[in-house]
Structure formats: structure tokens, C-alpha cells
Design a protein around this ligand. Structure first.
Ligand code: NAP
Length: 260
């Protein structure tokens, strides 16, 4: 299938690793021009080296610092597709979560995408084509007790994205949210490794226990591969997905269990 992305320019936040990196890689395979992002020059440089094509460039910016998002916006060229993928995740008991944990989750997971959308949506509407994608999480509706600030930030992403889509009425611009379930990204690999060490178990045992005890609702019963999430992001970003707007598209392995 030709996804018709060859003349498109894409920015993917948080794309030096994980789902974002794989998304950038798939866009490049489809012939798009891609700008990647990570917190440091070093991590961006490493990712660019791995992608190894003149069609990719990178901008370091830490979304925790609002000023760095402003600088990022100044450096970005005109883009056709904005993928708000960056997300942080700190698992903590509610009583241990600090005010900073709450603010950081909202800042990185929600407000960065709000600022980028405010800048790029009017430009997309003016040229009558564009895609804005938000990456949420199954936690937006599962709301685990040890992930309250993360879950709230992700639920607010779904709400914001749905409202933003309404501003595209009558145009060829769409705004959609992708909802991954547990996915084997770099972040999850670190989580599994640390849990295995802490519990004196193998990584396979930790993964199997995770789906038995923590995500029993998962139909997939394993971590999704980053490719499985990235391919959905790239399809929904493509001209082929023109009739999907204001949607929340689940790649949750069935864990959320809802009909719609
Ligand atoms: N993995 C899962 O199980 C899962 C499940 C549901 C939803 N999600 C969502 O999917 C998205 C991607 O997650 P992932 O698991 O692929 O992440 P990951 O493997 O931990 O990778 C994180 C990426 O984001 C960048 N990053 C982290 N903090 C940043 C910041 N403050 N500013 C700019 N860049 C930053 C990292 O860059 P550097 O480290 O190079 O700086 C890296 O490129 C997130 O929104 C996450 O909430 C993930």
C-alpha cells in the first residue's frame, strides 16, 4: 500500500528512542522528510546516526522546560504532520507523588503538544492539509492507582485532541489520538530489567506476571512491539486516513475492553 507520504514533512517529539524512533523510521521508509527530537544533542545525534539518511534531521529540546519548546518552534520548518509522542512516566504511590511530579507530567505529556498545536494548526488549516497526532495511553481509562498523575495527563490528552479536532471542521486537516497499551519500548525494557533485578526473577517471568497481575484485561497478553504502534501512527497520519478525525484509535492489545 502506498501511504502517499513522499512529499510530507513530519515532526515527531520524543523520537530518539522507543515508539517515536520507530515512527520516525517508518515515515522515512515511506519517503517522508522527518525531524526527530530528544532531550540532548547527544541522544539526537545517536538516533540520526542509526537512521542514517539525508531525509532526517534532529532538534534537541527538553519538553520539561517551556522555553526550550519555544526555541524548538523557532527552529522547526513548516510541517505537514505533527506527532505529539513525547511522554514521561513516573510510577509512584499517590502519597509519594510530589507537586513537581504532577506538574512535570502535565507539562511534558500535555502542554508541549498544546503549544505545538497552537503554532501549527492555523498553518495546516490555511494550506487545507495537515495531521496532528497525539500519543496517549491505556492508563487514560485504566487509571492505575500508582500512576495517577500520568493517567490524568494522558486522559487530558484525549480530551484536548478531541476538542482540537472540532476546529478542523470543513478542512482536510485531521487531529487524532493513538492509545498504546503496554509496549516494549526502551522505557519499558528498563522497567522490566529493574523489576527483574528487584524481584530476583527473569525478565520473561516479570513480563508474564505483569499480564497476570497488573494487566489481566489484556487480550494480547504480551508487550506490543514498537512497530505495532508506529505503523498505526503512520497510517493515521497518511492521506489515506482522511475520514478519521477526532478519533481515539486503540493499539492497546484489547486491555481497555471498551466497545468504542
Ligand atoms: N511504552 C509503553 O508501554 C507505553 C504505553 C502507553 C503509552 N505510551 C506513550 O508512548 C509515548 C512514547 O513512549 P516510549 O515508551 O516509546 O518512550 P521511551 O522509550 O521512554 O522513549 C522516550 C523518548 O522521549 C524522549 N524524551 C523523554 N523525555 C523527554 C523530554 N522531557 N523532552 C523531550 N524528549 C523526551 C526520549 O529522548 P532522550 O532520552 O533521548 O532524551 C526518547 O526519545 C509516550 O507518550 C508514552 O506515554 C507508552
Amino acid at each position: 500500500m502506498d501511504l502517499k507520504l513522499k512529499n510530507k514533512t513530519v515532526f515527531v517529539s520524543g523520537s530518539s528512542k522507543g515508539i517515536g524512533f520507530e515512527t520516525a523510521k517508518l515515515f522515512l521508509e515511506e519517503g517522508a522528510t522527518v525531524i526527530i527530537n530528544g532531550r540532548t544533542e547527544k541522544s539526537v545525534k545517536n538516533a540520526l546516526k542509526k537512521l542514517n539518511t539525508p531525509k532526517v534531521s534532529g532538534i534537541a529540546a527538553n519538553f520539561i522546560a517551556d522555553k526550550q519548546i519555544d526555541e524548538l518552534i523557532k527552529k522547526l520548518p513548516d510541517i505537514d504532520i505533527l506527532v505529539n509522542n513525547v511522554g514521561i512516566f513516573r510510577g509512584k504511590n499517590f502519597y509519594d507523588e510530589t507537586e513537581k511530579d504532577w506538574k512535570d507530567h502535565i507539562q511534558v505529556n500535555l502542554l508541549g503538544g498544546v503549544k505545538l498545536s497552537k503554532h501549527f494548526l492555523p498553518k495546516m488549516i490555511k494550506k487545507n492539509w495537515g495531521r496532528i497526532i497525539f500519543v496517549s495511553s491505556e492508563c487514560a481509562t485504566l487509571v492505575p492507582g500508582d500512576l495517577l498523575s500520568y493517567s490524568v495527563s494522558k486522559a487530558s490528552v484525549n480530551v484536548f485532541s478531541s476538542g482540537l479536532a472540532k476546529l478542523t471542521k470543513g478542512t482536510n486537516v485531521t487531529v487524532n489520538t493513538i492509545i498504546p497499551g503496554s509496549t516494549l519500548s526502551e522505557g519499558s525494557k528498563i522497567f522490566l530489567k529493574e523489576a527483574a533485578k528487584r524481584e530476583n526473577k527473569t525478565i520473561e517471568e516479570v513480563e508474564s506476571n505483569f499480564f497476570k497481575d497488573v494487566r489481566p484485561s489484556s487480550l494480547l497478553g504480551r508487550f506490543a512491539k514498537v512497530e505495532e504502534v508506529a505503523s498505526t501512527i503512520v497510517y493515521i497520519s497518511s492521506p489515506l486516513a482522511s475520514a478519521t478525525n477526532g478519533a481515539s484509535v486503540r493499539v492497546d492489545g484489547g486491555s481497555m475492553g471498551s466497545v468504542f
